[in-house]
Design a protein around this ligand. Structure first.
Ligand code: GDD
Length: 331
């Protein structure tokens, strides 16, 4: 079975590739992936992957890759994922998320109309939810409050439209927050863990910069999330839509406390206005019941374990790079 993972060197793409290679060895998967720039996260797996380097915003290139690969399963993970930065560069977020998926679906319609395609949206599509809608199920109204959220609504509805118009087997997931080793420091767990690791190595004064600590989010480990993506394509019918998250949430300060308790350093916490956002949903909780019923999925890795692994990841990276005399580069 030929699998195509777009954005295979991204945080989620690399975790999915690793899941296929380690957990699904018996499935005889031929794994193809598109990469745009960095391939650090997949370097150790390179020999087992077939990589296609190029830009998904280029329709001719996407057409060539899909014609060559003719995948049976497609995980479309290449995307703009940074909510905060989408306010600074709204058009870049729209362009990337809409054009990459459009080019992919057009190419699939021409060359692999039977492929099963996973389209990944986000809990950000629900935006300013009414507290009475918590926990959020698939029927909750869409009220996105960021350019990122709008771009994800477009991706989500576009995937549905290709099912309506052309019968493509698209399955949509709206993923809630995911964390884990390898994530960039643009996201909260890595933002805090990296600073703690740098403080422990004496590379930063013992002041940890934070944004809004009150927001409540529903966190799932990325390794559980990629297992959910696999199950979504195994069990999903064309046009299906699933919310994927743990079903519980906690405030950012709780996540921070777990990380601080994992460190022996004395650390002062300071709010950095640069890390605050123009608009923030106060509380997000997923209702994953539909997905659980259809696939049997439930998260296996606790937030504490996940955060321990994130901190370990940044400790390793910081120590290697401080030995080399360079500051830890973003993954
Ligand atoms: N990034 C970041 N950095 N967030 C911080 C910080 C900080 O220093 N301090 C507090 N926060 C708060 C944010 O304000 C937000 O309420 C929460 O931590 C989570 O922020 P992120 O980790 O940046 O994630 P996100 O919720 O904006 O978006 C993530 O989850 C979405 C699904 O819900 C991303 O992974 C999106 O791509 C994804 O769709």
């Amino acid at each position: 079975m030929r699998v195509l993972i777009t954005g295979i060197s991204g945080f989620v793409g690399a975790t999915l590739a690793s899941y296929f290679l380690s957990e699904l060895k018996g499935q005889q998967l031929e794994i193809h992936g598109t990469i745009h720039r960095a391939d650090q996260r997949i370097h150790h797996m390179r020999e087992q992957l077939r990589l296609h380097k190029g830009d998904l915003r280029n329709p001719a290139w996407v057409d060539r890759v899909v014609e060559l690969v003719r995948p049976s399963l497609v995980f479309h993970l290449a995307a703009w994922s940074d909510v905060r930065a989408s306010w600074d560069q709204p058009w870049a977020a729209y362009e990337l998320n809409i054009s990459c998926q459009l080019n992919l679906l057009e190419a699939l319609r021409r060359h692999s109309p039977e492929a099963k395609v996973l389209a990944v949206a986000s809990s950000e599509v629900y935006g300013l939810i009414d507290p009475t809608d918590i926990p959020i199920d698939e029927q909750t109204p869409l009220r996105p409050n960021s350019p990122y959220g709008i771009s994800k609504v477009a991706q989500d509805l576009m995937a549905q439209q290709y099912w309506f118009n052309f019968g493509l087997h698209t399955v949509r997931v709206r993923s809630f927050n995911h964390i884990g080793p390898g994530q960039s420091e643009s996201f909260v767990a890595s933002a805090f863990a990296r600073q703690i690791a740098e403080i422990e190595h004496g590379l930063q004064e013992p002041v940890l910069k934070v944004g809004n600590l009150e927001a409540e989010r529903d966190y799932t480990d990325v390794r559980d999330m990629v297992r959910a993506y696999w199950l979504a394509l195994q069990c999903g019918e064309p046009g299906d839509l699933f919310n994927v998250g743990s079903g519980t949430s906690f405030p950012v300060h709780h996540l921070l406390d777990i990380l601080l308790n994992l460190s022996a350093s004395d650390i002062i916490v300071e709010q950095d206005p640069e890390r605050l956002r123009p608009s923030e949903v106060p509380r997000i909780v997923c209702n994953p019941q539909l997905f659980a019923r259809r696939t049997g999925w439930a998260p296996r890795i606790s937030p504490r374990q996940s955060l321990t692994d994130v901190l370990q990841f940044w400790r390793g990276k910081t120590s290697t790079e401080s030995e080399r005399g360079t500051k830890a580069s973003p993954p």
